[in-house]
Design a protein around this ligand. Structure first.
Ligand code: ADP
Length: 496
């Protein structure tokens, strides 16, 4: 069996694929192994999905290679765009189902899950538009030669995605890879395989040639590691923890020097100046850290407020955080659902304990919510010092620290005092401050008077240890292309 009937509270019964999507079909893994998918809201088993072994990775890579060297090559750029565009339409037509599957499996609030589906289809459609706009250049050097560059696809791309935005990360990876003419083997996270498999059924429906998009479920240490070190994968794109990012880089170096892009962790500063619109800054600070239950690589987890408004800010911010509705992801007004897994829940609670032991003060939250499911109260720590673990390490949960600063120079120094560099934000009504501080912050994205407002047209990625390369926007295309220079000798002049 490679599918099962499941129910969500939002859509009723639907057909959930459970197989590995290889060469255009859902199949069982060769070893016949499967693993449990857990509902983070009540800790029950939703279903089992087939698990990819190293052998299955090989089979998927062979399918992707065959497609790349065969049928996919003769598909015109314009038609590649049509496939992606059709897939985007299918995402839109199935928004309720895709969102419900995401909420069931990942635990995210249904309103947010619908937002993710819209952003995923927007991303696919955006890259559909790029498919026939990939162009090289003519470069004049001297009258004896005619030179041009061609932008060619890299080949078979391995893509490894995390569990925090299962469907959105799927689209971020598939969009630019397919638009530029590559074929892919994408591995979803073991915690959240379901939406990626429903999306695979839409790939089939959109009529993609077999082998162009292969979607496998499996574990990082087995299927993920097999992708990273595979000798016939030309490029790997990874989103996840910095620890695993390093392993992927090593595996690429130790195998065939495959190209890599890494989108890794963060510990992003959110800086609020005395002259900020305080209501606005509180709303964005709340959204910056607690959106998606704090499970965002760009979460604004270090909040710095200038001393003039600090007392007022913290009082109102903690009231605001405590009022966030935490509970059933299918509740219409739920803002925060459960954390994705027991492992993540334990990790976050460990950090909270560590913060308490280190002497930080809990302003609000700090506890489990309910006795079933992985729910954690929105938590704010004050009284922190820069060297504390909760201020330096990525917690990936609904936990932030807040501290005071005096001057602009202080804010810049503290903001940059981390090994990460994914994102940052500045809240001020002074244009000079906004520009000066944005320029000085070492981060791939800086938001001014907002937070987490990502868009598929805007490049996203990390400075420092937050990553290699950029996703989204025109910038992401470069990660999936290589430049060929063709130099033609003109005339009949003999060499030498
Ligand atoms: P987290 O710790 O938040 O689960 P990870 O970085 O471990 O984040 O996981 C992100 C993705 O990386 C998942 O798809 C996971 O299966 C995969 N992964 C984990 N370990 C490895 C590894 N050693 N090699 C390749 N992929 C891995």
């Amino acid at each position: 069996m490679t599918s099962i009937k499941l129910k969500t509270p939002h859509t009723g019964e639907y057909e959930q694929p459970t197989g590995l999507f290889i060469n255009g079909e859902f199949v069982k893994g060769v070893d016949g192994r499967s693993f449990d998918v857990i509902n983070p809201s009540d800790e029950s088993v939703i279903c089992q999905v087939h698990e990819a072994s190293e052998k299955d990775v090989d089979i998927a890579v062979n399918a992707a290679r065959k497609a790349f060297e065969g049928e996919w090559r003769s598909v015109t750029p314009c038609d590649r765009g049509k496939y992606l565009s059709k897939l985007a339409d299918l995402f839109d037509e199935n928004v309720d189902l895709l969102a419900a599957v995401e909420s069931l499996d990942n635990g995210k609030a249904i309103t947010m899950a619908k937002g993710d589906v819209g952003a995923a289809s927007g991303c696919l459609r955006y890259y559909a538009g790029w498919a026939d706009k990939i162009e090289g250049k003519v470069i004049d050097t001297n009258p004896e030669s005619f030179n041009y560059t061609k932008k060619e696809p890299i080949g078979v791309c391995g893509q490894i995605i995390p569990w925090n935005f299962p469907l959105l990360m799927w689209a971020w990876k598939i969009g630019p890879a397919i638009a530029t003419g590559n074929t892919v083997v994408i591995k979803t996270a073991e915690q959240t395989p379901l939406s990626g498999l429903v999306a695979a059924s839409l790939v089939k429906k959109a009529g993609f040639p077999p082998g162009v998009v292969n979607v496998i479920s499996g574990f990082g240490k087995i299927a993920g590691a097999a992708i990273a070190s595979h000798m016939d994968i030309d490029k790997v794109a990874f989103t996840g923890s910095t620890v695993v990012g390093r392993q992927i880089m090593k595996a690429a170096a130790g195998s065939n020097l495959k190209k890599i892009t890494l989108e890794l962790g963060g510990k992003s500063p959110n800086i609020v100046f005395d002259d900020a619109d305080i209501d606005n800054a509180i709303s964005w600070a709340n959204f910056g850290i607690f959106f998606n239950h704090g499970q965002c690589c760009c979460a604004g987890s270090r909040i710095y407020v200038q001393e003039g408004i600090y007392d007022k800010f913290i009082q109102r911010f903690k009231e605001r955080a405590a009022a966030n509705k935490v509970g059933d992801p299918f509740g219409a007004d739920t803002f925060q659902g459960p954390q994705v897994s027991q492992v993540q829940f334990d990790r976050i609670m460990g950090y909270i304990e560590d913060g308490k032991k280190a002497g930080a003060k809990i302003e609000t939250g700090g506890k489990r919510k309910g006795d079933k499911g992985f729910f954690i109260e929105p938590t704010i720590f004050s009284g922190v010092t820069e060297d504390m673990k909760i201020v330096q390490e990525e917690i990936f949960g609904p936990v932030c620290s807040i501290a005071k600063f005096k001057t602009k120079e202080d804010a810049i120094r503290i903001g940059n005092n981390t090994t990460y560099g994914l994102a940052a934000a500045v809240h001020t009504t002074n244009l000079n401050t906004a520009i000066e501080v944005s320029n000085a912050l070492k981060a791939g994205t800086v938001w001014v008077n907002s937070y987490n407002t990502l868009h598929w047209q805007l490049p996203f990625g990390g400075y420092k240890e937050s990553g290699v390369g950029r996703e989204l926007g025109e910038a992401a295309l470069e990660n999936y292309l290589q430049t060929k220079t063709v130099s033609i000798r003109l005339g009949d002049a003999l060499f030498g």
